[in-house]
Design a protein around this ligand. Structure first.
Ligand code: UDX
Length: 464
């Protein structure tokens, strides 16, 4: 252990909740295994946390002995919301972030415990250039599935031509033949969010210089995609990065990740769940970014009413105005609508019987690892591909089908929720979720596939 303590790992994340959670959890894991870890955030994120965005209750001490340092994204007062466009934000972040990261690493070098390795969110490929310039190891951390990462890399190197031909079939290791609409939205919706698409493709621009490519998945979950990608990159699967996985008495951890940009209504959610029968509640959430259309919101509301089940629905403050008029009051006997919740604690609650999800990769892994059957309602980015995994590969849920206008109607939502809560298919799906829950736990338990990979990663950093 002593030698491990000499290793200093810096972990840099992209400032968005779906990226913060897995990287923070991975940091905790490294620290638990004896490394010194410094978590690097932007000054704007720190301000959000301290200024009330995360509830005002959070402070750097939330992650105990993991040190916290900051760099600048060039918009210290408000982050991306201050920039005139996402393009402007990302360009400035690259420029100012590179400068301030290099300065920070230099400062850390003079502190008596110099850095050995930078683990960076793959969406910030410029960070690898900084690591190489200052002479430390660099590990890219992908927060998407391995299959999705592979699709993006094929597009980047021209092996998958976009726009995809409508009606074409895309063959990917470990997945059934994909329709264009099953691929990530940046790939199949021509010209959508060009700044984000560039960011996604940039992940691979210098990846051949990375000492490791870490992916938040586990070997058993995506075996074929992992084996395929490992032929080209020094790939290691290290997930799922979920705190509850460590809670089998031997690991000290909290339920929550520890750094939330939004304030959860924890007490209200838990009190409400505590008095609901086992497996009776549909938990509904679309993550931290997805913007739901007004029509879709109305259909979701209709579907939840029609399902006649209990529901706990997360509608972020910015989305609340789209809720059907009078919905909260009229459905208060059956449902609770909150602006943010402690998702892991909710998913782990025995009252929750199904998870209506946008299929963000973290939510997908969380639902699977905590054994909750899912109703997939993908919105954008990688979510359509994740939904195919849920429905057709792991068989841990149903994909709610959209109509010609791309809207999932209330009737369909109600049907999927009922089918999972008390239909015949629900029984089969619950069997499969139990199987995957156990496999996920095995992967991160001592000696499991991901645990071994983390040990191997650490061993290469430990001085001989
Ligand atoms: C996005 C992408 O969708 C995802 O695929 C990518 O890998 C990372 O960025 P997001 O859309 O926010 O993330 O979804 P998701 O990946 O599911 O992450 C959301 C996180 O917020 C989860 O870890 C979830 O536990 C947490 N959450 C969500 C809460 O803590 N409370 C809530 O009420 C809702």
């Amino acid at each position: 252990m002593e030698k491990r303590e000499k290793v200093h790992c810096l972990v840099l994340f992209y400032p968005s909740q779906g990226h913060i959670n897995p990287l923070l959890q991975f940091s905790k894991r490294l620290q638990h295994k004896g490394l010194k870890v410094t978590f690097i955030t932007t000054r704007s994120v720190l301000k959000t946390m301290q200024g009330g965005g995360g509830g005002g209750e959070q402070s750097p001490s939330s992650f105990s002995s993991i040190a916290l340092e900051t760099i600048s994204d060039g918009y210290d007062e408000g982050g991306a919301s201050q920039a005139e466009s996402i393009e402007a934000y990302l360009d400035r972040f690259r420029e100012i972030g590179s400068q301030t990261l290099a300065e920070l690493i230099e400062e850390i070098s003079g502190s008596g415990h110099p850095a050995d390795c930078l683990v960076y969110d793959s969406c910030m490929s410029w960070a690898l250039d900084v690591a190489k310039r200052v002479g430390i190891a660099g590990a890219a951390f992908f927060t998407f599935s391995c299959a999705v990462t592979n699709i993006y890399s094929l597009v980047q190197n021209g092996l998958l031509k976009v726009p995809l031909n409508p009606g074409s079939e895309i063959l990917q290791p470990g997945l059934p033949p994909l329709q264009p609409s099953d691929t990530p939205s940046f790939v199949y919706v021509s010209g959508s969010y060009p700044a984000f698409f560039k960011l996604i493709l940039d992940q691979f621009s210098n990846l051949d210089k990375a000492d490791w490519v870490l992916c938040n998945t586990f070997h058993e979950l995506e075996q074929e995609a992992v084996d395929w990608m490992a032929k080209f990159w020094p790939l290691r699967t290290i997930g799922p990065t979920i705190p509850s996985m460590y809670m089998d008495k031997r690991h000290e951890d909290n339920w929550e990740y520890g750094l939330s940009l939004l304030k959860p209504n924890s007490d209200a959610c838990m009190k409400w769940l505590n008095v609901k029968p086992k497996g009776s509640v549909a938990y509904v959430s679309f993550g931290s970014v997805a913007v739901i259309g007004e029509d879709q919101m109305e259909e979701l509301g209709l579907g939840l009413r029609r399902s006649k089940s209990y529901f706990l629905w997360v509608v972020r403050e910015k989305e609340a105005a789209k809720l059907p008029k009078g919905f909260v009051e009229e459905t208060s006997e059956k449902g609770l609508v909150v602006s943010w919740c402690p998702q892991l604690e909710v998913l782990a609650h025995e009252a929750v019987g199904c998870f209506v999800t946008h299929c963000g990769w973290n939510s997908t892994l969380e639902g699977l690892s905590l054994g909750v059957p899912m109703v997939a309602v993908p919105q954008w980015t990688d979510q359509s591909t994740n939904a195919r995994f849920i429905m057709d590969v792991w068989k841990t849920g149903l994909k709610a089908q959209a109509d010609k206008k791309g809207i999932v109607r209330g009737e369909e939502i109600a049907h999927c929720v009922r089918e999972i809560l008390d239909g015949e298919r629900g029984k089969e799906i619950r069997k499969n979720t139990s199987k995957w829950k156990a496999l996920a736990k095995n992967a991160v338990d001592e000696g499991g596939s991901s645990d071994k990979n983390i040990d191997e990663f650490i061993a290469k950093l430990v001085p001989i």
